[in-house]
Each structure stands twice: as C-alpha cells, then as structure tokens.
Design a binder for this molecule. Structure first.
Ligand SMILES: *[C@@H]1O[C@H](CO)[C@@H](O)[C@H](O)[C@H]1NC(C)=O
Ligand SMILES: *[C@@H]1O[C@H](CO)[C@@H](O)[C@H](O)[C@H]1NC(C)=O
Length: 192
C-alpha cells in the first residue's frame, strides 16, 4: 500500500515536470543570435545582435557582468523608448529587435552581457554574450605619436637655445667691439 502511494508521488512529479516543460515551450520566447562570443578592439563598436520573437510585446533588459560585478545597463519594451543608465547613455544604442549596440569600447567593457526577455505574462528567458576587448596597436601608435611630439618639442627647444646662444655670442662680440671702438676713435680724433 505504501509502495503504491510512493509510485503515485513519482508519477505526479514526472507529470509536473512535463507540464512545466510544456509551459516553458508555450511561453514561446525565442532569442536568436548569430554570434554569442565577440572580440573587438578598444574604441571599436560592438552590436550584440539578437532577434527576439515572442507573443505580445516583451521587455528586454541588458546587464553587464564581470567577475563579481553586475551592472544594469538598460531596459526597453520592443519598439518603445529605452531606459539606459547614465553610465551608458552616451554609448548604448537600443534596437527594436532587442539588440544592443555599444560604441567606443574600453578595456573594462570586456565581460559577460546578459539579455533578459520578459513577457507581459511574467515568464522570462535570458541569453548571454561574451565580449573580449583587445588593447590594440592603435594605442601604441598613440603613445608613439605622443613621444614623437615630445621629441619634436625638445628638438625645437634645443634649436631655440642654440639660436639664443649664437645671438648672445654675436651681441657680446658686438658689445666688445663697441667698447674698443671709442678708444680707437679717440686715438684717431686727437690728431684732428
Ligand atoms: C537586429 O536589428 C539590427 C538593426 O536593425 C540589425 O543590425 C541586426 O542584424 C538585427 N539582428 C538580428 C539577429 O536580426
Ligand atoms: C529606469 O530603470 C531603473 C532601473 O530599473 C529604474 O530605477 C528607473 O526608475 C527607470 N527610469 C525610468 C524613467 O523609467
């Protein structure tokens, strides 16, 4: 009798899990994305491309995660205006298929990006993206150009100093000549 009841409980559990699975299928949120792992360079742009299909008008929310940090980026109802946090407002572009564009990438942008799609009924689904941000030659070039400008400045300064020294030398020479001249003049003028 006890064993029979135990079987009952297991049946109910199986039935429940199948029902939950079917309900999940019925919620019919699908998040299609062509690429989940992206690599970009500093100062480049990235598009976290998704196509959200779902019954009704879902709300998408994007969150950034890196290590222990989890940061809210923004949320919008597909086709509606977006609510983007101040930190990201100048760099984030929202699209009506749920995609998010992030421009002017920094090294700190590397990490995990999660999109959470929530239906009006309350059911939701997420998808994650991994973004790698490379430090690039471009930055090295920037350092090089800064070093170049500094060197050019130094060379200019040296040229200026040399010019000044040269000028001073001629000034001193001229001054010495003038100092000697009156003596000559005197000696020349006396006989007159
Ligand atoms: C979503 O929309 C953007 C902008 O129109 C487009 O570039 C992107 O390819 C779309 N994504 C998908 C997966 O269709
Ligand atoms: C934008 O979203 C944040 C976080 O969910 C919320 O606190 C804030 O009230 C929202 N602002 C607007 C204008 O909807």
């Amino acid at each position: 009798m006890w064993q029979f009841r135990l079987w009952d409980v297991q049946d109910v559990a199986v039935f429940l899990s199948i029902t939950l699975y079917i309900c999940q299928l019925a919620s019919a949120i699908s998040i299609y994305s062509p690429q989940r792992s992206l690599t970009r360079s500093v100062q480049e742009d990235v598009l976290f491309s998704v196509d959200v299909t779902c019954t009704g008008t879902p709300t998408v929310q994007w969150t950034f995660m890196s290590g222990a940090v989890s940061r809210f980026i923004g949320t919008w109802q597909l086709g509606g205006p977006a609510n983007i946090t101040l930190d990201y407002s100048s760099r984030v572009q929202n699209y009506s298929n749920g995609s998010m564009g992030l421009s002017d990438l920094r090294l700190q942008d590397a990490g995990f990006y999660v999109i959470t799609v929530t239906e009006e009924t309350g059911s939701s689904k997420d998808a994650g993206f991994v973004l790698k941000v490379n430090e690039v030659l471009y930055e090295d070039l920037q350092y090089l150009s800064v070093a170049g400008v500094a060197l050019a400045g130094l060379a200019g300064l040296l040229a200026l100093i040399m010019w000044l020294v040269d000028k001073a030398y001629w000034k001193i020479k001229e001054w010495r000549c003038r100092k000697e001249m009156p003596v000559n003049d005197d000696t020349e003028l006396h006989p007159l």
